[in-house]
Design a protein around this ligand. Sequence first.
Ligand code: GAL
Length: 891
Amino acid sequence: MMRTLILATLSLLLFPSLSAWSPADEPGEMRSIGLEELKISSVEQKVGAPRINAGYTGSPLSIGKVPFPRGIGSHAPSRLAFELGGLAERFTVSVGVDDGKKDGLGSVEFIVLGDGKELARSGVMRGGDSPKKFDLDIMGVRVLTLSATDAGDGYGSDHADWAEPTIFGRNLPIPIRISDAEWNRLDDAQLQSGYVVTQIAPGIWRLRFGSPEKFVPTECLRSAPIRMEGLEQMTAAPRLPWKMSDINAYTTGRGTVFELPMNSGEQVYGMGNNIEIFNQTNRRSVVRASDRPEELQNDAHAAVPFFVSNKGYGVFVDSARYVSFYAGNVALAKNSPTVETQTENRIETDVAALYRNREVADKVMVIDVPGAVEGADIYIFSGPTMREAIQRYNLFSGGGALPPLWGLGVAYRSAGKFTQEKAVRLAKQFREDKMPCDMWGFEPGWHTKAYSCSYVWDETRFPDPAAMVRDLNTLGYHVNLWEHAFVNPLAPFYEKMLPWSGNYMVWGGLVPDFMMTEARDIYMDYHNRVLIDIGIEGFKIDECDNQPLSPTPWSFPECTRFPSGMDGEQMHAMFGQLTQMLFDREFSKRNHRTYNQVRATHGLASPLPFVVYSDAYKHENYIRAIGKSGFCGTLWTPELRDAASSEDMIRRMQSVVFSALAQVDCWYMDNPPWFNINRKANNEGQRHEDADENTRIVRDLMNLRMSLVPYLYSAFMDYHLRGVPPFRAVVTDYPNDPETWNLDLEYLVGPSLLVAPVTAGQNARDVYLPEGEWFDFWTGEKFAGKQKIRIEVPLETIPVFVKSGTLLPLAKPLQHIPGDACFEINVRVYGDGATPFVLYEDDGETFDYAQGKQNEILLKWQNDAGSGSVTKSGSWQTSPRYEIKEWKQWK
Ligand code: GAL
């Protein structure tokens, strides 16, 4: 019985589409399934794509003149992986070189692997050889891989057949069939175009031109496997707005170029989170990790070579180079205008007018990947909608990050020069003042030396760090430490790190090569023993971007050499994310969820529980960055530091409340800004005349944040399981409404909130409400959508609108979120309340939910009455997380 239960949980996790399969079922009869009936979870094939029930050339499968009605025809070298989740017991297959090629050439060696371990090997087989049959025990194997090698003599004519591949078992997965038409269409595209298209997952294709570089994001930055379960639940018939074969690709001496079709009215977004630019159409944008995210060259902390189009597709460039996108602003000579289309020759006398003649009639998206001189890969994500294309990118990255529940509370970072005693005193004062707070961060002063870092506690300020962490924990805080990964000679592991570092220093410290296991182990062994073991639960990874625009940059040069073979340009792209991965891995190992900050990130970052922040500080840009983060699989905090006035402070705090990390960062101030507001007053210890009033207003805002925690947790679950960004620009959900195309200062939060923050100096603002009906969160007033409204913005409210049909759970605010927190919920019903809402109940701090320790509570409103019922009951049996107190309707 026990085994049945384990299998049941496993199969539900891996094959959520198994609806007919109930955990109560006893093991059944031995059944069998053709492996070709299952989805191939990953395909690596150098030439072409695998075919189902046909040899590589398309003729029926046949080995040594023996015909086989079913199986998989591939071309060596190839590796086809199938996720079996330990559900199959036996595997049989006949292998050999396909007869279709007729020249009798071809030599292949067939290898079957179970979870990476070799189970069988055919020896070299040549064209014409009789088939060889394997009969293998695959009990418990989670991933079965069929590998065909070129047998060491090149891959010409190496058509490798896996004939009648069959798995046997009592609890086999239900097959998910890929249509032959789907494969064949891909095949035609690649034959015509000189590049190879491989389907990676439903609606996701890799387009390979030539041979990609070694250090690319998919090789170096993957922190979680593709979330197949999420992809399988999506629209069944993904499509692209153009034919794969319309893409053009070539290499030059300086790199690889891709030209993609672009529709004249098409709008494109993303290419990282530069916080000044929103819509990327008709621009050139260089993707480059940088500390200057407000520059118009497109520099960004989140430098992510992914863009998404309102026509419903997305493209990820698998490169760590300074990729440029020319999004419809350059003209191909082959599309050149004709003599007839020339207009009169006007002689202009100012430069702006002279340069105006740049209308591009036939648009093209040019992707320039410098450095990739032998080729590169791009990944194409279909929609059919813009939001689904983003979801597919996030699921391809491994699904979105799921913070612990406490990560959704408020974070405070105390001054760099704070002592242990001061921190505990202020933390206590927050509790007395009833200022909600869950995370306490320490800035550089905890090190004996920062810039570069020693990672050793400064005993003069922190005589007993372990005791301090315990004290803060007792008060309900989770402790976070600032650092960067440039290793000072005072660091106890400096000598050990020396051979595993780049050949240039930064601030007198080593730059570890985290591509090397040795560097990772040295760094984390120390962090584990000295910091994580005493209870540190998060890190702020600073200075990992670069200063490409500075004449006096502090960081390492692009020509730096690293022991792994990576160069400085690639390391700039990856350094921040490689560091995040170290901590992510460690906390996962400890079955402990964490939530952190980072200043540079790259592609496939969605699963990493890190929020990007900046030293830039224009409030308007911080607002734009929140919505924009949803285009690139990252999160953003518009942290509050100091302010120009009480009004500025309150307005900034309002944006903070509606962001992924509600952080107040006082790294250069002893007191929170509601006491002193600005740096100067703070340093002089002057209490602002509005301090009491400001404290009250900020407290109310923090409480608002706390009341949103259950709603946000569900929004993050949508990110995690389905790839829906919890914070996203309005255009993401309304891509066909031109009014949303440049709407950068309002954004969506979770399934149904629209937030339009206000900056200091505004007493009214325009808000565009997309189609549908919307309710003012504060007054309940109803507005028709598809219109721009102008609203008054009293200082204490931030404009928030709720989509009609919503059930909005609001919790009674807690001061912080302990492990056994129970949220008392009032459900607000908007309009007919027809859209059910799912609350997720689990321990909120480990990964046990993934093993089934989670319940889903479905909120529903029907016949003027609300109900909250446990619809999916996992094994979370502890006291309830939510208590539903009241339902109230707005019509
Ligand atoms: C900056 C960082 C700030 C703060 C400061 C401390 O680089 O962006 O948030 O941590 O370092 O020195």
